[in-house]
Design a binder for this molecule. Structure first.
Ligand SMILES: [Zn+2]
Length: 450
């Protein structure tokens, strides 16, 4: 049996970070088992689905390197398949027309809530002639006169049971034009020969309904594995109110390798913190996926991103941050200090003249006059120094000078500001060596106003 899995996003928004994680675990499972990872676009909601969102989802999956097998399956192109399946269920008497109005159903739900009963709709039209007359909501008939339990062995969560008598007659469609999620998903998963449905735990309650639809269609259900949800720091389900949840929002700040490593390790145990996709494939087992949800820890993501950024060549780094003018020799100084890719702009003094207020040149334990006087002496040292020598030589001379002056800050602070226009930066000697002797002297002269 060839293993086939899928991810099935709706193009009613950008790719959610949680869907990206589901996609990753499906992808890893397929790669590990030499199976196939498929992509289905669930675009039956005509009002809210757009082609732009669909394209952005495909782009995000490609950016993450989660390549899928074969053509993209679109639900909007499969209407005939659903109609045929639904007609069959109606013809065989497994499905029926409910005829209850929205108001009646809402009233029933309200009563059940008031009486603290579980919500369900046991429709009296199921076995009546009325149920055969077309119109309105189509439901799957659930046999309720038994102690039957709908059971499945979840690969991650173990055995899960639902009592059939507590389940509503499953809604399949509002007529033939508005087919509902559980029905279309099952028809698709059958046609796509999906062997394992790996998805978020918010789908656990859909699973018994889908199992009954499989049975009614005369098919064996696939195996199910429900992944834990990604949680916000307050341990509620991560949503827009907690900040960015779309993969596209992470693109400007993070490397795809860092996102993949982060999402993979968030809810699954691997042997080490940093690992390539290939290593993840080798180690991945659904049994290693955690049962409880993990908190989205942006500090961890930043750390991972910095680790991956350090591994990039200057060419790769410049491309990733979209700043071709960064000098190659500045790249290690930047990646040493960078968490988000957009932080690279904070180091623009490497390729742009810094702008700053002259008062910034004043070392806090001294006067502006003293600071500039010392900078004149530092300029002299730099001018007489041969940059072909090791930079530690220059550092040694400046250190000796600062011992003589008795205040290290008085030497390095004005030089740092002259070269960067900032209060914080890498070591000024390192910066001078990236800029070169001429540019360094030019910036010092500018600071001194000469
Ligand atoms: Zn009804």
């Amino acid at each position: 049996m060839k293993i086939r899995v899928r991810v099935a996003p709706s193009p009613t928004g950008f790719l959610h970070i949680g869907t990206a994680q589901s996609a990753l675990y499906n992808w890893l499972f397929a790669r590990k088992n030499k199976g196939e990872f498929c992509l289905r676009i669930e675009d039956t909601d005509k009002e809210r689905s757009t082609k732009e969102y669909e394209q952005s989802i495909l782009d995000a999956l490609e950016w993450l390197g989660l390549n899928w097998e074969g053509k993209v399956i679109r639900q909007s192109e499969r209407t005939e398949k659903y109609k045929n399946a639904l007609e069959k269920l109606l013809f065989e008497g497994r499905a029926f027309y409910c005829h209850h109005t929205k108001e009646e159903l809402e009233g029933e739900a309200k009563d059940q809530a008031q009486n603290k009963k579980a919500q369900f709709h046991d429709c009296e039209h199921k076995n009546s002639e009325e149920g055969k007359k077309s119109g309105g909501l189509i439901r799957l008939a659930v046999e309720r006169n038994s102690d039957r339990k709908v059971v499945f062995d979840d690969i991650i969560r173990g055995r899960i049971e639902f009592e059939a008598k507590l389940m509503s007659d499953v809604s399949l469609g509002n007529g033939f034009d508005r087919l509902l999620y559980n029905f279309t998903a099952v028809v698709d998963d059958i046609d796509m020969e999906i062997t394992h449905v790996i998805r978020g735990e918010d789908h656990v309650s859909n699973t018994p309904k889908q199992i009954l639809i499989y049975e009614a269609l005369g098919k064996t259900p696939p195996q199910f594995a429900h992944l834990p949800l990604i949680l916000a720091p307050d341990r509620s389900k991560l949503s827009k109110r907690h900040g960015a949840v779309a993969v596209v929002d992470y693109k400007k700040d993070y490397l795809p390798e860092a996102i993949i490593n982060f999402l993979g390790a968030m809810s699954c145990t691997f042997s080490k913190e940093i690992l390539t996709k290939q290593e993840m494939i080798q180690e991945f087992e659904l049994s290693k996926v955690h049962k409880s949800g993990a908190v989205f820890d942006v500090k961890k993501l930043n750390w991972l991103n910095s680790q991956y950024a350090k591994k990039l060549s200057p060419e790769e780094f410049k491309k990733s941050v979209g700043i071709p003018e960064i000098p190659d020799s500045a790249v290690p100084l930047i990646t040493e200090r960078l968490e988000k890719l957009s932080d690279a702009h904070h180091f623009d003094y490497f390729w742009k003249e810094p702008k700053y207020d002259k008062d910034l040149l004043k070392w806090k334990k001294s006067t502006l006059e003293n600071s500039l006087e010392t900078l004149i002496k530092v300029k002299k040292i730099i001018k007489e120094f041969d940059f072909k020598k090791e930079k530690d030589e220059l550092r040694k001379i400046l250190d000796e000078f600062s011992i003589a002056v008795g205040d290290r800050g008085l030497i390095y602070w004005p030089l740092r500001v002259a070269l960067t226009g900032k209060e914080k930066s890498p070591d000024p000697v390192d910066i001078a060596y990236v800029l070169g002797k001429e540019k360094t002297l030019e910036r010092v002269r500018f600071a001194l106003g000469i």
